[in-house]
Design a protein around this ligand. Structure first.
Ligand code: HEC
Length: 123
């Protein structure tokens, strides 16, 4: 608890000194930490449960060669943009009904923005 308070205090001081809001609204480094919860399935192992997300930005949904997607994902018919990723990762079943990613979604919008900023760096 006190660590959190120290962090908040530091940010408040930085804000007071620079006059600009802290830039962690899209903090890819924090996004990398959030991505830890995705890595169990999204990694470069041959037996990974999920498709590798390197290059996911700008890729058409359900099209990574060699990965066996659900029909729902194969037929999603859109490209992974920030907006589509945001919708999907907020509520995977609402965005791509019937897809088989066993993940219920991220509730914290800050985490989500940072995660998407991080995904954009995966090339
Ligand atoms: C328990 C395993 C698991 C976890 C955890 C998980 N995913 Fe997935 N993910 C999958 C599977 C399986 C699919 C393929 C779904 C399908 O084919 O219907 C998928 C698909 C995706 C896709 C579509 C990729 C493409 O090539 O079209 C994205 C984007 C994605 N996941 C992002 C994430 C992110 C970001 C997280 C963490 C917040 C996450 N996933 C957590 C298993 C997982």
């Amino acid at each position: 608890m006190s660590r959190v308070r120290t962090r908040v205090a530091c940010i408040a001081i930085a804000f007071a000194l620079t006059g600009v809001p802290p830039s962690w609204a899209t903090d890819a480094q924090h996004g990398a930490a959030v991505f830890e919860s995705c890595k169990a399935c999204h990694n470069d192992q041959d037996d990974a449960l999920g498709p590798n997300l390197i290059g996911v930005f700008g890729r058409k949904a359900g099209t990574l060669p060699g990965f066996h997607y659900s029909n729902a994902m194969k037929n999603a018919g859109f490209v992974w943009t920030a907006a589509n990723l945001k919708d999907y990762l907020t509520d995977p079943q609402a965005k791509v009904k019937g897809n088989r990613m066993p993940f219920s979604g991220l509730a914290n919008p800050g985490d989500l923005d940072d995660l998407i900023a991080y995904l954009q760096t995966l090339k």
